[in-house]
Design a protein around this ligand. Structure first.
Ligand code: SAH
Length: 220
């Protein structure tokens, strides 16, 4: 998971992430090529690093976006339902929407209203159809509670670090669904949770550094 995949263009960045082994899936590559990071990152969009987007939030580094998509790819199939918590710039919400296709649905939830508005403008630059059709729904609210839906989500991405595994979010996974979530205060681990029936399988993947999943007041 190196921080060395800088590119001079979106295509070069995506190519470098793949050649460094950050992801292997052709579908992830197609999604990352379809969503230009320049629409979401305020400066140096093709640097492999997180960047401030205001309100003490960051757009996550490209290698972590790619890694999260790779982990969720098998669940982000045509028609799937997905939840992106702490949707921030909207980049990953849009990439997930490419993967679930026109019959799928991605809900993005973010607790800073101004960031929700910014993400809407970002997505409108090249993917206004995702918003018009309802393939993407953007919600202002506390993502720690998730957004309960009938049948649950096939994939949940959490873009901010929770102090411990939030069971409320685990319960919102569909049978067979997968969540990826950074967990920890101080040292953080990137954790994958798979639901099978009433069973949950939790796997710690590696250390990460994310903005905390917290209250608006704490963050601001
Ligand atoms: N995935 C996004 C943002 C990552 S930064 C991107 O790559 O652009 C983490 C985001 O989580 C920030 O935008 C922050 O405002 C948001 N956040 C933190 N706590 C939250 C909460 N309780 N509910 C919803 N969003 C939250």
């Amino acid at each position: 998971m190196a921080w060395r995949s800088h590119g001079r263009s979106n295509a070069e960045l995506v190519h470098n992430l793949r050649s460094h082994g950050v992801f292997t899936s052709d579908r992830v590559e197609a999604a990352m090529l379809a969503v230009d990071r320049a629409d979401f990152a305020p400066f140096d969009p093709y640097q492999d690093s997180p960047q401030g987007i205001g309100y003490n939030a960051t757009i996550t580094a490209p290698h972590m976006h790619a890694h999260a998509l790779q982990r969720l790819e098998g669940h982000l199939v045509e028609g799937a339902k997905a939840l992106d918590i702490g949707s921030g710039s909207g980049y990953l919400t849009a990439a997930m929407a490419v993967l679930v296709g026109p019959t799928g649905k991605v809900v993005g939830i973010e607790h800073i209203r101004q960031l929700v508005e910014m993400s809407r403008r970002n997505i409108e630059k090249h993917h206004a159809d995702f918003l018009r059709s309802g393939r993407i729904e953007l919600i202002t609210g506390d993502g720690r509670l998730g957004v309960p839906i009938e049948g649950g989500y096939d994939a949940i991405h959490v873009g901010a670090a929770a102090p411990s595994l939030p069971m409320e979010l685990v319960r919102q996974l569909a049978d067979g669904g997968r969540m990826v979530i950074p967990i920890g205060t101080g040292h953080q681990e990137f954790v994958q949770v798979d639901r099978e029936g009433d069973q949950f399988r939790k796997k710690s993947l590696h250390g990460v550094i994310y903005v905390p999943l917290t209250s608006r007041e704490e963050q601001l």
